[in-house]
Design a protein around this ligand. Structure first.
Ligand code: B1M
Length: 210
């Protein structure tokens, strides 16, 4: 396939969900590695669109349509990513914090952790502290992985940490998302931080060994 990843990336940017799904299906049928389809086609597509949005060249509706296309592609790919490793290294509750509806980075992190051997409980977006606490209790989770994309909602992360402590849960906490960093993790008492979905896997492994 000539410049397959470029075509896939462009289709994500254009928000052409049917074409994205068709390309992912074709690539899978040809045996192209699922991780390459994700990292070389789908992710650069949504990242490029994000840059256009930042530069004021596209607006929110375009971004929304594009991210829906990306999610359709991710759904198509998920079974192949999920099948990579059957050994479970631990259970991780994943969610985007209350007030925040951004789900792409969180879903990528969950998928990467899942395909690297962790059992994932994905709570979705706009997740309250109570929901995190209940999910940890129900799943006996080892780690809570919180995602936050907004400066206005990253401040909810310490609320979750306080609620987990108050409930007497010994779970480790890691955070990620564009506005947060290691210094913020240290400040709010989160043991872990990861910059992207790849380093999230290493960070989760580090936390499991603590
Ligand atoms: Co929103 N948005 N958005 N948005 N949006 C941002 C985040 C923003 C930076 C855009 C901008 O102004 N330049 C800005 C935030 C500014 C700020 O707070 N500093 C912003 C804003 C302001 C808003 C609204 C308030 C806009 C409005 O309504 N006026 C609104 C908020 C709604 C809400 O949540 N309550 C809003 C809405 C939306 C859409 C619905 C249109 C859409 C989301 C669709 C969806 O998720 N289903 C959207 C999008 C797509 C974006 C941008 C363009 C792209 C986000 C994305 O998916 N990136 C974004 C600008 C940008 O990032 N360039 C923007 C791709 C994704 C792969 O990256 O999520 O960063 P990311 O995840 C990375 C890492 O951060 C990390 O790993 C991932 C990759 O490997 N990571 C973790 C993430 N979570 C992690 C957890 C971990 C570890 C790593 O461990 C726990």
């Amino acid at each position: 396939m000539t410049d397959f990843y470029g075509v896939l990336s462009q289709s994500v940017q254009e928000g052409n969900a049917d074409k994205v799904v068709q390309l992912v299906k074709e690539a899978s049928a040809e045996g192209m590695p699922a991780i390459d389809i994700l990292e070389k086609g789908l992710v650069p597509g949504v990242q490029a669109l994000g840059k256009l949005f930042k530069d004021g060249q596209v607006y929110l509706p375009e971004v929304l349509i594009s991210t829906r296309a990306m999610n359709r592609g991710l759904k198509e790919l998920e079974p192949r990513l999920a099948g990579i490793d059957i050994h479970k290294k631990g259970t991780i509750v994943v969610g985007t914090v209350e007030g925040d509806l951004h789900d792409i980075g969180k879903s990528l992190v969950g998928m990467m952790l899942g395909c690297n051997g962790f059992n994932i409980v994905d709570l979705g977006v706009d997740v309250s502290a109570d929901s995190f606490v209940s999910a940890v209790k129900e799943s006996n989770a080892d780690i809570v992985a919180m995602s936050g994309l907004l400066t206005t909602t990253m401040t909810y992360m310490p609320t979750v940490i306080v609620a987990l402590k108050k409930a007497g849960l010994k779970v480790k906490v890691m955070i990620g998302g564009a506005p947060v960093n290691r210094a913020y993790a240290d400040e709010i008492g989160a043991e872990g931080f990861a910059e992207d979905c790849t380093s999230a896997v290493d960070e989760a492994a580090r936390l499991m060994a603590l």
